[in-house]
Structure formats: structure tokens, C-alpha cells
Design a protein around this ligand. Structure first.
Ligand code: SF4
Length: 412
């Protein structure tokens, strides 16, 4: 009863009483040191605590003044045995050590083209490291410095959900004329499903080519997992209408669609989105235009359709970079993509006026998990002879995922 009143917030406790209560709540014996790891919010700190998932050995402190020197030394010690790939959304502290920077398409190509590096440090998120593992030889090892660097969009389509969806389309007699296209931002299992069922992977740079290729082979597309990229490409690049696209909700029977809707649809969009790009709104665009007359709005196609429709320029991460590089000096831009990249563009092009489209700061929290301490830890571990955080895709899954990835790399 007392514990209940504490939980309800009706009883106030001293710090000592609070710790005793926690012990009672968690059945921890009074002499045990187990609770010493628990810190009261805002009180004290634990230098040994880990900010991602557990790391074997010591993770360097972010405040270590020698961190950059340690990264330089570890990279030099590994030499040509290792290659570091860095996605454009990575932190500056990490990107400065990348041998190749790029969007997911460019980095997939870089991984596929490299046959000499024994180890590939992938500074990006989990699905990208999986693709690198699939595209490299079995003797090459891919390392993700923090295993907690996932992607909320990729998690919105599980293999079971997608197989259930396909089963429903088969029952309705629709699957045979449907080509799955999956965005690079998906798990290896979804890419494997796609390869097995005649489809291809795409990225934001080549989504229009992938969808055109799919319509040459079939009558419908099942587009996974980003509804916005699928819809924006179908409507703005392929000239389809919004009515040609329906949304498959994996939490509802038959995706929440009627048989007629499924039969009529040209594009079945999976109900997934990017938690970063999905935040940009019409209100952001309108208030930026009101505040900065003459500003051009430049957004990524993962943004909602109504935002993309209002934008001056829409393009993949690589295209966003090229657009700014080729823009006139003095031009004003508000960019709707991940904040690390927008800040880097603002630093690299101080003679253009570059703004983040949203009012509130929003990094991709999972991309940001890869920080310099984790990169240093992963490299130093390897120098010491310990391979850590290897990303290794199951051979059967990899076989068909590779088919889907190679179809993308071969797109006309
Ligand atoms: S920016 Fe969006 S799509 Fe990219 S990793 Fe982050 S959550 Fe995933």
C-alpha cells in the first residue's frame, strides 16, 4: 500500500527512503550492491555507463581529450586492411574519419566495388551494414560501431508482416502481377523477400527507375516500407494519381483495404515512414517563406507528399548536396532533411544562406548513436586483435537479398 502511494506520487520520500523503496520494489536484499547502479534522475553520474548496447571492454569517454589522436592512430595501424564508410547523416566527429562518404546508394556501391579491405567500418545504421555485408565477399567483415544504431522506418516492416501481406495478395489473385520494390531502408529479410518474389531494392536516388522497371514486369507494385517515397515517386515522377496508391496497414486485416481497392490500386504502399523526414510540415514551409522572402525549399522525398508538393526542389541526399553546391552565391535555402547534413552544408557553403526547415532541432537519433567513442573502441579492439560488432547476414537470407540489391545496381 505504501509502495502504491509512492508510485501514485501521493507520498513524498527522502533520497534514503527512495532507495529503500526501490529495493523493496525490485526484491533486492538490503546488503546487495545491485541498486548502486541505479541513479536518481539528475543526481550523480556513472562514468562506466554505456550509451548504446553493451560494449566488450572499455568504451572511451566522450570527454577524452585524446580521442581524435586515438582514432588517427588506430586508423593508421589498420591501414589498408580497413575502410571506413560514412553516411551523410553521421556526426562531424565521425565523418572526418570516413574514407568514403555518401548516401545509402553510394555506400552500397562503394562496398560492392571494394574487394581489398578486410574490414569495413560502417558509420551508418544497421540495414546499411547488412547491405554492405551482403555485397562484399565472405572474407570481408563489416563492423557497425554501435549495435543500437537501427532505423525506425526499417523496423516498421517485419518479415512476418510482409509475408502475411503477400499471402493475402496471393489469396486475392493479385500477387502474381505485383512486383515488390523495397527501399534500401529495410532489413535484409525484407530485401530477401523482395529478391525471392521478382523485385528489386531502390534508394531515393533511383526509386523512379526501379518503379518504371517494375511496371515493365508487372501491373502493380508493393512498395516497402516508406509510404512517402513510394507515393512521391509514383505521383511526381511516374505521373500516377494519388487515387492509384493505397496504403497497406500491417496491423489490419487485408491491410485495412477492401478487395476492390486492392484490385484497383497500381501501387500498394506499406504504412511506414521516416521519423525524421515525416516531421516536416506544410506549416514549416509556409512560415519559412513568410519569414525569408525568396527562400527556396529543398526537401528529401521521404517527406510527406503535401510538403514535397510545395517544395521548390525535391531530391535524394546526394542531390540535395549537389543542388547546394551548384546554387548561386547569396541564394537562400531551407532544407528538409537530417540536421547533421544541413549543418555541414551551412558550414561548407557560408556564402549561401542555409536554414533547417523545421523550427525544432531534430537529428536522426539512431544515426547519432555512432559517435567517436564507439568508432575508436571498434577500431582499437581490432588493432588489439578483437573483432567486435560484426554484422553478418544469414546465408539463405543474403542469397535472395543480394539478388534484389544486384537488380538495383543493374537498373538502366
Ligand atoms: S533518417 Fe529516417 S530513414 Fe534514415 S536512419 Fe534515421 S529514421 Fe531511418
Amino acid at each position: 500500500m505504501i509502495l502504491q502511494s509512492i508510485l501514485d506520487g501521493t507520498t513524498r520520500l527522502s533520497k534514503f527512503q527512495f532507495v529503500i523503496a526501490l529495493r523493496l520494489l525490485h526484491n533486492v536484499p538490503m546488503g546487495s550492491s545491485k541498486l548502486s547502479e541505479l541513479l536518481i534522475l539528475g543526481q550523480g553520474s556513472d562514468p562506466k555507463s554505456e550509451r548504446g548496447v553493451s560494449c566488450a571492454g572499455e568504451l572511451p569517454a566522450a570527454s577524452d581529450p585524446d580521442l581524435i589522436a586515438r582514432a588517427i592512430a588506430a586508423k593508421a595501424a589498420l591501414g589498408s586492411r580497413a575502410m571506413i564508410l560514412g553516411h551523410h547523416y553521421q556526426r562531424d566527429e565521425v565523418i572526418q574519419f570516413a574514407d568514403i562518404t555518401g548516401d545509402s546508394f553510394k555506400l552500397a556501391q562503394a562496398a560492392a566495388d571494394n574487394t581489398s579491405a578486410e574490414f569495413i567500418f560502417f558509420c551508418g545504421v544497421h540495414f546499411m551494414a547488412e547491405s554492405a555485408d551482403i555485397l562484399t565477399s565472405s572474407s570481408q567483415k563489416v563492423i557497425l560501431p554501435d549495435l543500437a544504431a537501427g532505423c525506425s522506418m526499417a523496423d516498421m516492416a517485419t518479415a512476418k508482416q510482409v509475408n502475411d501481406c503477400w499471402g493475402s495478395l496471393e489469396k486475392l489473385g493479385v500477387a502474381a502481377k505485383t512486383i515488390p520494390i523495397t527501399y534500401m531502408n529495410s532489413s535484409a529479410a525484407i530485401k530477401s523477400f523482395t529478391g525471392k518474389n521478382g523485385g528489386a531494392v531502390c534508394t531515393s536516388s533511383n526509386a523512379a527507375r526501379a518503379m518504371t522497371w517494375a511496371f515493365d514486369k508487372g501491373e502493380k507494385i508493393l512498395f516497402l516500407p516508406d509510404q512517402h517515397l513510394g507515393r512521391n515517386t509514383a505521383v511526381l515522377s511516374l505521373g500516377l494519381t494519388l487515387e492509384d496508391c493505397v496504403i497497406w496497414n500491417p496491423w489490419k486485416l487485408n491491410g485495412g483495404l477492401s478487395e476492390l481497392e486492392i484490385h484497383k490500386a497500381k501501387v500498394i504502399l506499406w504504412r511506414g515512414h521516416c521519423s525524421v523526414h515525416g516531421r516536416f510540415s506544410v506549416e514549416n514551409v509556409e512560415s519559412m517563406r513568410a519569414k525569408l522572402p525568396g527562400v527556396k525549399i529543398l526537401v528529401h522525398p521521404e517527406c510527406p507528399h503535401e510538403v514535397v508538393e510545395l517544395a521548390d526542389v525535391v531530391g535524394s541526399t546526394e542531390m540535395i548536396i549537389k543542388t547546394i553546391a551548384n546554387s548561386p552565391i547569396g541564394s537562400k535555402w531551407a532544407i528538409g532533411t537530417e540536421l547533421n547534413l544541413v549543418q555541414r552544408l551551412a558550414q561548407d557553403y557560408p556564402d549561401r544562406e542555409i536554414h533547417f526547415l523545421d523550427k525544432t532541432v531534430c537529428y536522426c537519433s539512431t544515426m547519432n548513436r555512432i559517435d567517436l567513442p564507439h568508432l575508436v573502441w571498434a577500431m582499437e579492439s581490432l588493432v588489439a586483435g578483437h573483432l567486435v560488432n560484426q554484422i553478418s547476414v544469414d546465408a539463405e537470407v543474403a542469397k535472395y537479398a543480394k539478388v534484389a540489391l544486384e537488380r538495383m545496381l543493374a537498373l538502366p
